[in-house]
Design a protein around this ligand. Sequence first.
Ligand code: 5AD
Ligand code: SF4
Length: 462
Amino acid sequence: MDTKKIHIKSFGCQMNKLDSSLVTSALKGKGYLITDKAVEADIVLINTCSVRGHAEERVYSHLGHLKHLKKNKTGLIVGVIGCMAQRLGTELLEHEAVDIVAGPAQIAQIPELIRKTLLNKSKSISITEKIRTAKTKELNKELDNFEFTYDSDENHIHNQAFVRVMRGCNKFCSYCIVPLVRGPEVSRSPQAIMEQINKLSDSGVKQVTLLGQTINSYTYTESNKTYRLADLLEMASKIDGIKWIRFITSHPKNFDESILKAMAGLPKVCKYLHVPAQSGSDRILKAMNRGYTADEYLKLIEKAKQIVPNIAIASDFIVGFPDESDKDFQATVKLVKKAKYKNCFVFKYSPRPGTLTDKKLQDNIPEEIKKLRNMELLEVQNQISSEDNKKFLGRIVEVLVEGPSKKPHLNKAENKNNPQLIGRTATDHIVVFNGSESIAGEFAEVMITNTSALTLFGALNS
Ligand code: 5AD
Ligand code: SF4
């Protein structure tokens, strides 16, 4: 058999990127070649996201292109994997372009699904039936093995890697598809997590980001001891080669003080907290089933700032939730002003089939208003960030260098041997400076000479 080429395209969050990297290295292990050009590929896999309608539309538009490509390239196999595969199942399989459908819990089966499809020339599907009640123990064992075996080169770019500590979500925010496609919360054993971090550290990784949809809910009980996120942070801190430890994403409810204490007390734990508020209106928060009020949320932010000096906090917001009035929106603006975030991600509400909000409430805020609210909130945050970033002027910051900057026009002093690089501070501030590409993956000190809302600019401190 000649060597088949595979192209993998990934949409969505870090979880998906991690899944794609595991699948890539598993397929390489089976002898496939990886190509970054879909037109050269014998097999195209699309790892999909369902969190907003827009992400799904982009996948459909891709499938449209692939349908045409298939006409000129008989035998081309197209697989849709990830959240959209789990959500739509057989409906996706019926799409003219699609040969394979596999959910997020079936990533370990992808090499076998591809083998069968190549052999039998017929469509195949593997998703979890009744995902909220499925017996997940066996599946999780399979996923854990897959994760450990294939967590290789693909998952560490410039000495940074992602480590999943839990899967799924039990929060059931009324607008969110995640609990319906990623299933119930399951925490991985601390032993499996630490083995993986040790392995990554042995291969040169300096920064790990622990991943979980609601990572502060991490709980694992073994021999009468219950491990929480703070324990993981402490255990990971003991691994020599690891210098920085991050974790995303937190939910404001049941946010244990032990996590803040670990952040304050463990020097390797980055002082950055992503804890989405989603709205500043109590009425909307209730409709979203978030389980806290704006005041309770702000108290958590205050506590975080008190226990962890110089902490940087980031948030997500949804604007244009059903029935969101101007008054509700202004409550969100007020919360953003009070919280003084490092940065915010703002999303326009997108109805997701099967979620409680979609079943009960009409998507009744016009697109135009959603857009205006989105822009207004970002503008408020931009002003806060611009002002706050000025504190860095004249300071030397430590960054982990990520590599060449994708927007070199930001800084004019660019040349080939000394290109513009991008790095991140422990507080997740983006820093742009000139230097040799060879320092990607290393720590460096940068003197900050200029700042904007989103970026700090400076020069290597040599
Ligand atoms: N519409 C818009 N944004 C959403 N998010 C989750 N579900 C939706 C939805 N239906 C946002 C939330 C979450 C982020 C990952 O995506 O802000 O924190
Ligand atoms: Fe979705 Fe809420 Fe779970 Fe986050 S916490 S994944 S927004 S249901």
